[in-house]
Design a protein around this ligand. Structure first.
Ligand code: IVH
Length: 705
């Protein structure tokens, strides 16, 4: 998007003006301007990671345009930002041919491979020196975009490389893809771009958290989530997946012999990306180098291999490309890959192992979770012996048998998972995995509710569930009863000292005194931790109660909606659905929880025992000193507990981010802060504060800690 500072300022100034308008006062002549503003804001937000207006302001402008278009339907144009909104899609996707086949890349694995490729390219071209670009190899789902007369005409998946699925409507949900771009020049009517659709790590973690809270199976990695999302039938859901598209190749334009822009944009790969960048696309531009030294190419690849865990997205290697397009054309391609590019693949994060047995664990809500026990293998520095298989469908889909050789992957923050079995290595001794029909703990018959993937033990008094509920209640993000960790909960439960949540608050400490490893000090700590938990913020209690589908975020929403938790006893589904992020399924579960007599008695009992059921009403979250500001804590804090510090920020209206980005305002650093600090230092918009400086600000604001 080619916008000078001056015109950007003008756009922002007019945005302010539009904020004062309504559908009556908006003039038809200013419609194009409003569209440009919204497109510019989308680009800043989704491509540059740089929100310019507050969400509510953006929403206001969007609604203004939408309402105006409803009144004047003839004024709706294809590039209007409202046209991203889905109209629906048929049950299957049409197969379409790519204008140019989407080839694979040749792989290299070390410096020698790259040097050999460098030598070969120079030999074929008969040159001594060659310029290369090096950029990340994004680990997502390939996409091809066709623009005709400057407008996005078609988006397609890679498919078999020759044909893919037409996913245009889903492609339009990806906000980092401009719906139109000025590819200039009247000679270019058709242009085909290639890229990768990815889900940033932060977004991926949030998606899985949401799915887990909703009882859905979680995605193994961002790549699977991205490619699954592109093929979803409901485009509205696609829009909720936070997909991001990076474009890295111009594969076709119908005017190959002439330059297509004023400058010689297509003379080199580097310039082509710069050009796409200026047209408003997200490209690898910021993460790439241009060099004529193969040693520098190698260094850059190794450097990114080190950095890969600190990047906001997953990459599985780097791609080295010959820069000059004329030389690319001379080198040509095989039927499999271009000769002018090569992938440098990072060290595998996969290993094979043997599936020795499958155990079945009963979760807090009675879901039966199969866990694969494999011969321990070391991947990326961690030893993996147990891997969750989520549910029966996963076992069937992956065709797993006891004794199978299985491919195991562990990537960065992603939990390890079994990629697939290798049936070719079977010798006939493998055994099918029998899914139990009775609960492995209480022996009750298991049921599989319609529409759910997991088998479930519905005996609410099943010991396994009782223990898991207690563990969850005292866990760090719930009531945070430190001394009551998993091992102690299990021990106290087996001894009959704690049977349910209420028992925690009427604990007979004399029964614990004699226990092994439980001295006076431990008892003192436990007493304090339990006492302290009585004062926890309401959302922690709500989360700790383990209401189905109520994760941490929903718990926070609920806590803000009432003065006393028991008010929910009078709420119905409709009223709950008016809350942000609460849909009918979640609402139904909440209503069910508060209808249950035992749960009501539990809440009354907890209140009598001194547990806080009241919301701390602070107006701060709407008008606090940190309103609209974002924070991230890194390193070890000495005076504050991380969770407590985060809660203070939230109470004062601030927001906690999970990674460094240009959206971050403050990074608070403790001892031994590592890569996050390094990264923040390179971003001048982020203010870096020591723990003490942060505390000083709190003190000045009148907050005592
Ligand atoms: S260039 C004709 N550049 O990797 C050249 N590909 O394993 C086309 N990929 O099919 C590819 N990041 O889907 C290129 N920066 C990048 C890439 C990239 C990821 C994917 C692409 C390709 C696959 C090959």
């Amino acid at each position: 998007m080619n916008i000078s500072n001056q015109s950007a300022n003008q756009l922002i100034a007019s945005a302010q003006l539009f904020l004062t308008k309504n559908t009556e006062t908006l003039e038809i002549e200013s419609l194009d301007k409003l569209k440009s503003i919204l497109n510019y804001l989308d680009w800043q937000y989704y491509v540059k990671d740089n929100p310019i207006l507050a969400d509510q302001e953006y929403d206001y402008l969007f609604r203004l345009l939408k309402d105006f278009e409803i009144k004047h339907p003839t004024l709706v144009t294809g590039d209007s930002p409202t046209q991203r909104i889905a109209k629906g899609l048929s049950a299957s996707f049409e197969t379409v041919a790519h204008l140019v086949p989407m080839l694979s890349l040749e792989n290299s694995y070390n410096a020698e491979d790259l040097k050999e490729w460098d030598k070969k390219c120079k030999e074929i071209l008969g040159v001594d020196s060659l310029e290369y670009t090096v950029e990340p190899k994004y680990d997502g789902a390939g996409i091809s975009l066709i623009f005709e007369n400057n407008n996005l005409k078609r988006a397609a998946t890679r498919g078999d490389g020759v044909q893919g699925d037409d996913i245009t409507i889903n492609g339009k949900q990806i906000k980092s893809i401009p719906l139109s771009a000025s590819f200039l020049n009247k000679n270019v009517q058709t242009i085909e771009l290639r890229g990768e659709v990815i889900i940033k790590k932060e977004v991926f973690a949030a998606i899985n958290q949401r799915r887990e809270a909703e009882g859905l199976s979680i995605f193994a990695n961002p790549r699977n989530a991205a490619s699954g999302s592109l093929r979803m039938l409901n485009p509205k859901e696609v829009a909720n997946r936070g997909l991001h598209a990076v474009l890295y190749h111009v594969s076709y334009h119908n005017n190959k012999d002439e330059t297509i822009a004023d400058n010689e944009v297509l003379a080199s790969h580097y310039q082509a990306l710069e050009w796409l960048d200026n047209l408003g696309f997200s490209t690898p531009h910021k993460d790439m180098i241009l060099t004529d030294s193969i040693d520098k190419v190698i260094d850059f690849c190794l450097d990114y291999e080190q950095k890969r865990d600190n990047l906001p997205f997953e990459i599985d290697g780097m791609v080295v490309k010959v820069n000059a397009i004329a030389l690319q054309d001379k080198l040509g391609q095989t039927s499999h890959h271009p000769r002018w590019a090569i992938a440098y693949k990072f060290k595998a994060r996969q290993a094979t192992s043997i599936l020795e047995k499958v155990e079945f664990q009963v979760g807090r809500t009675g879901n039966i979770g199969p866990v694969a026990k494999i011969t321990p293998v070391s991947i990326g520095g961690a030893t993996i012996g147990s891997i969750s298989l989520f549910n029966e469908d996963v076992i069937r889909e992956k065709d797993l048998m006891i004794g199978d050789t299985v491919l195991v992957e562990r990537a960065g923050d992603v939990i390890p998972y079994i990629v697939k079995s290798i049936p070719e290595l079977r010798n006939g001794t493998e055994q099918p995995i029998e899914f139990p029909i009775n609960c492995p703990v209480c022996n009750d018959a298991l049921v599989k509710p319609e529409g759910e993937a997991a088998w479930r033990c519905v005996n609410v008094n099943c010991n396994a569930q009782l223990v898991e509920r207690l563990i969850h209640f005292s866990s760090k993000n719930a009531m945070d009863i430190r001394s009551l960790g998993e091992a102690n909960v299990k021990r106290f439960f087996e001894l009959g000292i704690i049977n349910n949540i209420k028992d925690i608050y009427q604990l007979d400490f004399t029964k614990i005194e004699g226990l092994e490893n439980f001295g006076l000090k431990s008892i003192e700590n436990l007493k304090n931790a339990i006492e302290h938990s009585k004062e926890q913020a309401l959302h922690r209690l709500i989360f700790g109660l383990g209401i189905r589908f109520v994760g941490e975020t929903t718990a926070k929403t609920l806590a803000k909606a009432v003065n006393d938790l028991r008010e929910f006893e009078h709420w119905n589904i409709e009223k709950l659905c008016t809350l942000e992020d609460v849909g009918p399924k979640v609402a139904q579960s909440i209503v069910q929880f508060f209808k249950n007599k035992d749960n009501r008695l539990l809440l009354d009992g907890l209140a009598r025992l001194g547990v806080n059921l009241q919301a701390t009403k602070n107006k701060n979250s709407e008008e606090g000193v940190f309103l609209g500001k974002t924070f991230l804590f890194t390193g070890t804090l000495h005076q504050l507990k991380r969770k407590a510090a985060e809660e203070i920020v939230e109470q004062l209206g601030g927001k906690i981010l999970s990674g460094i980005s240009s959206n971050l305002d403050y990074l608070i650093v403790g001892e031994a802060a590592g890569s996050k600090l390094e990264k923040a230092k390179k971003m001048p918009s982020i203010r870096i504060l020591e723990e003490q400086e942060f505390i000083n600000i709190l003190t000045e604001t009148g907050i005592s800690i």
